[in-house]
Design a protein around this ligand. Structure first.
Ligand code: SF4
Length: 77
């Protein structure tokens, strides 16, 4: 399965279902972003503040398989 991208206002998240180990770190860490009962199940649109974006970076960093990755937006200079 190819890596898919999910877009948010501050950061995007990419996900590769082929390497996900279903450890549910993401669902436990930020259930409003990662909700397996919803389509799409990843919604970085919830991370609308710097604090929530930081929390999302932390939760993605805990993904044990590398299935999740943060994609930072380019900063305009
Ligand atoms: S934390 Fe990573 S490995 Fe675990 S369910 Fe979420 S995406 Fe899959």
């Amino acid at each position: 399965m190819a890596r898919k991208s999910y877009f948010g206002p501050i950061v995007d998240v990419s996900f590769d279902g082929a390497v996900c180990q279903h450890a549910a770190e993401c669902v436990r860490g930020m259930p409003r972003v990662f909700d397996t009962g919803r389509k799409p199940w990843i919604d970085p649109g919830v991370a609308t503040s710097a604090e929530l974006a930081d929390q999302l970076r932390t939760v993605v960093g805990r993904c044990p398989s590398g299935a999740l990755a943060i994609v930072e937006h380019e900063v305009a200079r």
